[in-house]
Ligand binder design. Structure first.
Ligand SMILES: O=P(O)(O)OC[C@H]1O[C@H](OP(=O)(O)OP(=O)(O)O)[C@H](O)[C@@H]1O
Ligand SMILES: O=c1cc[nH]c(=O)[nH]1
Ligand SMILES: [Mg+2]
Length: 209
């Protein structure tokens, strides 16, 4: 398993803005989406390309690079994953979307699954999981379990903030998964929130505090 912590100045600047108290729903959601796009840029860095011949603008044949037929499905985890989806889709506008719904029980911190609509040919695709927060890791592990049960073989994840505890749990459960994060933060508090973190991302994105 590899954890790519993206130190790009734009990512770090935007994440810093997100940590501020009192952001509006609009500001928080826009930053979430913008960092989603920047993480996508990094996560797609190694997509294979192939040379194809086109008719160039001058009317003569021209060799250009195309992304090789590797297909992607985006997997936003409801609800908060929807806050990053717009940005991810700006770079991958044709990717099919597999929506999964899980929430974390506030008492037990265990994930509760309530929805999934995964693309039919998921076994032929790379799944790119999208969620702002990787805290205890329970939600992510349950999502990967679900995707693997449906035959998906290649899975990556994009997160704004991850806790070391969740990364360790993920490594033990699914060592084959690579993740791209804007920050690995310090620790989880006794309520399972990431410190310093962002607070409750879902509530901030949807204005449901
Ligand atoms: O790593 P974990 O400890 O499982 O926690 C992470 C999950 O918690 C948050 O979702 P939440 O349960 O708040 O649902 P929401 O997106 O509907 O707000 C977050 O968006 C992750 O999905
Ligand atoms: O810090 C956290 C942990 C889980 N879910 C969130 O939205 N924030
Ligand atoms: Mg939430």
């Amino acid at each position: 398993m590899a954890v790519f912590e993206i130190k790009h100045p734009l990512v770090q600047h935007k994440l810093g803005l997100m940590r501020k108290a009192g952001l509006s729903t609009k500001q928080f959601r826009e930053l979430c989406s913008e960092i989603g796009a920047l993480l996508t840029y990094e996560a797609t860095r190694n997509l294979e390309t192939e040379t194809v011949e086109i008719k160039g603008w001058q009317g003569t044949p021209l060799a250009v690079e195309n992304i090789k037929g590797k297909k992607i499905t985006l997997v936003p985890i409801l609800r908060a994953g929807l806050g990053m989806l717009d940005g991810v889709q700006t770079l991958l506008p044709n990717a099919k979307i597999s929506v999964v719904g899980l929430y974390r029980d506030e008492e037990t911190l265990e994930p509760v699954a309530y929805f999934d609509k995964v693309v039919r040919d998921v076994e032929e695709r790379t799944a790119l999981i999208v969620d702002p927060m990787l805290a205890t890791g329970g939600t992510l592990i349950a999502t990967i379990d679900l995707l693997k049960q449906k035959g998906c073989k290649h899975i990556q994840g994009l997160f704004l903030v991850a806790a070391p505890e969740g990364i360790a749990k993920l490594e033990a459960a699914h060592p084959d998964i690579d993740i791209y994060v804007a920050s690995v933060d310090d620790h989880l508090n006794d309520k399972g929130y990431i410190i310093p973190g962002l607070g409750d991302a879902g509530d901030k994105i949807f204005g449901t505090r």
